[in-house]
Design a protein around this ligand. Structure first.
Ligand code: HT7
Ligand code: ZN
Length: 857
């Protein structure tokens, strides 16, 4: 497949200021007539030929200014139309087959309804079009279809007219006044019901809100609606952004490749991020709904009003919008807990990506298939990069920067450079060197050594930084790394304020005076920079920080560092008794601490993920790491047995509500069982069984079953079956049932996954179901890395089967195998062999081909 390079960007030769789409809807056959007003772009290269992208389309009819077009040709799947004048009307008819569109891109059928997904390049599966984000058009859309099959007809913008047709047909006309790129086009047609509300914007616009779902799901939409209203209000208050249409629609669909899509005025969501009630959704699911509803809504400004010039700029909208959704969720709940969760995701998903064969800068330089670049790097590291600007500028100046960005580029297709420039001009930052964060891939490795000079009463912090080599980038430059520090007095346990240090050279040092004894250094507080920091601190200092740091993140981090050190040491030399004791003591202090709430306590009780540990130990035996982690959990569990039981009892007495207190109680309840189960499986199983049977909510039920699924006891099979039957017919809970088993610590888990792949409820056609079974197994380290290589084979078999049906989803499984360089040689060879087997397959999609080839390089 061809490689596309960022440096080769050229403006479009033709613009399309207006487009009208007429759909004659049918599940088997939909006819689409597109009428494009095209104009030569004065800033273009003067090419007289109009290049229209197509994918899987045939031209049924083609007219220019009302007459049959002449001289047109196909170049691959694209349409080339020579034009003589400077503006024309081009009319194209295409025929679509939604029922057989298993790629879920373009127009497809899902549970009887029709819907679209056009980002990144799905619009070209609907009609021929210059399908690139810098071509902005005003859309008018007319849909007509059978009223019984498609009673609800939705598209972008405002509904302007509806009418009845002949033979039970009806139609709707939608008009979107805001010019937009084709990737933001959407339509939905089907049997849907709405949860309706209104929101009045800060300037008095009354907006009709609707969350559309299938009939039986209506009672599970209140949280999504609440989240939408909160998002609209929050964006006005925090970023000064107001909604700009009279309607805002959200539609939930059960077949969807990603989480959701921010189409202008018509967001389309995976049901997973819309539907929630206490019985079927966990607290984590509630947070997911709130975060994704916010994310898509915030795109209305960061993505829609200001879009991307080209797909290399994806992080312009995604990184910024992730930061905005993270800030929103932090404001709706607990800021430190949210920060810990976000860093955990970054470390478990983005750090491995940044150190592997698929590493790329947040603004990539090239791609073959853009769908492969919807990554944790573009999204989550992209958010971290903008967060660093926020840290360096401070909140007020940062807001000035974003205000200027929104004002300066409203209505444009912009670049990351435009954003950085607006931040420089608006926030007053000098970001000349900072731009390297957009150019260079790889997680910087930073060391910090503290040197104390008794005679001067001074402490000097010596920093080094190194950005590792990544594919295509063998040598790197030093980047500006903002690191917040605090220097604690060992006796008073106080510090004299945080300091923000910018480490912008390979080596840097900072001296602080006025100390009579060496302070304890708390560094990278709040995780101000997305780096791997080795602070070269002794265990005693980490224990001190774990107990005394007033920055919640730093306290969490100190405990994580201590545990990480112990686990990495344990796989080499066995456990370190003194350190294990210190960890259990620190954890005991966490259980007893009345100053922290249970939501934070639950975070502090969690061990670092094996995928993160692998970053530090590679190449390593992931199963040995997992076993060491389980043994440490067992040690902590037995040392703190009584206190964990007491915690479980206390938390179990708190009734269900969505308050922070009740949510915290549910979190520590299950975390207590997790630690207990590694120490005393019988006690944990009995408690988990009781928790399951008493549960009046999904958080308790799923938590209990997660623990039970890893314990060989009679209740396991019985309660898994109870769970299945209890929620039969509920697709999202059935996904949980698959995931609970595929993620289990049961040594027979691969047999189970194989059996489940033949279960009547398993279907390879539904991405949620595929992910719930196979992605859960691929991240279940002892299962995926099972010694025989069976886990690798199962994933490769899946990729080969899924690729022709849904290439995007198939390609997302490749990175798990692509991590072979991090794994000890025997397993690494088997992982590579599976990649080679995939690479040999004929007719592999562009998506999977790119990922496999890069993973083998
Ligand atoms: N902007 C949305 C991206 C998206 C997507 C991309 C490729 C294939 C399918 C997709 N569905 C949604 C999601 C977001 O970041 O808001
Ligand atoms: Zn997004």
């Amino acid at each position: 497949p061809a490689t596309i390079f960022r440096k080769n960007y050229t403006p479009p030769s033709w613009l399309v200021p207006e487009i009208r789409l007429d759909f004659d809807l049918g599940t088997e056959l939909t006819k689409c007539v597109a009428t494009l007003k095209v104009e030569r772009n004065p800033a273009g290269d003067g090419d007289q030929t109009l290049h229209l992208c197509g994918d899987n389309l045939a031209v049924m009819s083609l007219k220019v200014d009302g007459a049959d077009a002449e001289g047109w040709s196909m170049s691959g799947s694209n349409l080339l139309l020579p034009l003589t004048g400077t503006s024309h009307e081009v009319t194209i008819e295409t025929h679509l087959h939604p029922a057989t569109n298993s790629q879920l891109m373009g127009l497809y059928a899902s549970s009887g309804m029709l819907c679209t997904q056009c980002e990144a390049e799905g619009f070209r599966r609907i009609t021929f079009f210059p399908d690139r984000p810098d071509v902005l058009s005003k859309y008018t859309v007319r849909m007509e279809g059978d009223k019984e099959t498609f009673p609800v007809l939705l598209s972008n913008g405002n509904l302007v007219e509806t009418g009845e047709g002949e033979a039970g047909r009806h139609w709707a006309l939608w008009d979107d006044p805001w010019p937009k790129p084709s990737y933001l086009f959407a339509l939905v047609a089907g049997q849907l019901v709405a949860n309706r509300d209104t929101f009045t914007t800060m300037n008095g616009r009354k907006v009709e809100l609707a969350v559309w779902v299938r009939e039986g799901d209506l009672e599970r939409t209140d949280h999504a609606m609440r989240s939408l209203i909160n998002s609209m209000k929050w964006d006005e208050e925090t970023f000064g952004r107001e909604y700009d249409l009279d309607q805002f629609n959200i539609v939930a669909v059960s077949d969807f490749n990603m989480g959701a899509m921010e189409n202008k005025g018509l967001n389309i969501f995976n049901t997973r991020y819309v539907l929630a009630d206490p019985e079927t959704a966990t607290d984590g699911d509630y947070d997911g709904v709130e975060g994704v509803v916010g994310h898509e809504y915030f795109h209305n400004w960061s993505g829609n009003r200001i879009t991307c010039r080209d797909w290399f700029q994806l992080s312009l909208k995604e990184g910024f919008t992730v930061l905005r959704d993270q800030m929103f969720s932090a404001d709706m709940g607990s800021e430190p807990v949210k920060r810990i969760e976000d860093v955990r995701v970054l470390r478990a998903a983005q750090f491995p990506e940044d150190s592997g064969p698929l590493a790329h800068p947040i603004r990539p330089d090239s791609y073959q298939e853009i769908s492969n670049f919807y990554t944790a790097t573009v999204y989550n590291k992209g958010a971290e990069v903008i967060r660093m600007m926020h840290t360096m500028a401070g909140p007020e100046a940062f807001r000035k920067g974003t205000d200027l960005y929104f004002e300066r580029h409203d209505g444009e297709a912009a670049t990351c450079e435009d954003f950085v420039k607006a931040m420089e001009d608006g926030a007053g930052l000098d970001l000349a060197q900072f731009r390297l964060w957009y150019e260079q891939a790889g997680t910087p490795k930073v060391t910090m050594r503290a040197e104390f000079d008794q005679s001067e009463g001074a402490v000097t912090l010596h920093f080094t930084q190194k950005v590792p080599a990544t594919p295509g980038q063998p040598s790197k430059k030093a980047m500006p790394i903002p690191i917040k520090v605090a220097l604690f007095d060992r006796d008073t346990k106080a510090h004299d304020g945080e300091k923000l240090l910018i480490v912008d050279k390979d080596k840097a040092e900072f001296t602080f005076k006025g100390f009579t004894r060496p302070p304890v250094i708390s560094a990278n507080r709040g995780f101000t920079a997305p780096i791997q920091l080795d602070a070269e601190q002794g265990d005693d200092d980490l224990v001190f920080l774990a107990a005394n740091d007033d920055d919640a993140f730093a306290r969490y981090e100190a405990l994580q560092q201590l545990v990480t050190r112990e686990l990495l040491g344990a796989i080499e030399n066995g456990p370190d008794e003194k350190r294990r004791t210190a960890i259990a003591d620190a954890m005991g202090a966490v259980l007893d601490d009345t100053q922290i709430d249970d939501l934070m306590r639950g975070e502090l009780m969690m061990m670092p993920a094996v995928t993160f540990l692998l970053e530090l130990a590679a190449p390593a035996d992931p199963v040995a790491l997992h076993d060491a982690r389980e043994r440490l959990k067992g040690y902590i569990g037995s040392r703190l047995r009584d206190r964990l039981i007491a915690l479980h009892e206390r938390a179990s007495a708190i009734g269900y509500s969505l308050s922070a207190e009740a949510r915290g109680a549910r979190k520590v309840k299950t975390q207590a069982l997790v630690l207990l189960s590694a120490a005393d499986a019988k006690e944990a199983a009995a408690r988990a069984e009781a928790q399951y049977r008493a549960a009046d909510n999904m958080t308790d039920r799923q938590g209990a079953l997660m623990v039970l699924a890893g314990i060989d006891c009679p209740a396991r099979a019985e309660l898994l079956e109870d769970f299945r039957k209890r929620f039969e017919g509920n697709a999202l809970v059935t996904d949980k049932w698959f995931a609970l088993q595929a993620g289990s610590l049961d040594p027979m888990v691969l047999d189970t996954v194989e059996a489940l792949s033949n279960h009547a409820d398993f279907t390879i056609k539904n991405p949620n179901r595929v992910r719930s079974l196979y992605m859960t197994m691929a991240v279940n380290q002892p299962a995926f890395h099972e010694e025989s290589g069976r886990g690798y084979r199962m994933i490769a078999d899946l990729v080969l089967k899924l690729d022709p049906l849904n290439a995007q989803t198939a390609a997302r499984f490749i990175p798990a195998l692509g991590r072979w360089r991090k794994i000890e040689p025997k397993r690494a060879a088997m992982m590579r062999a599976e990649l080679e087997r995939i690479a040999k397959a004929e007719g592999l999609s562009k998506d999977t081909r790119e990922q496999v080839t890069k993973s083998l390089d």
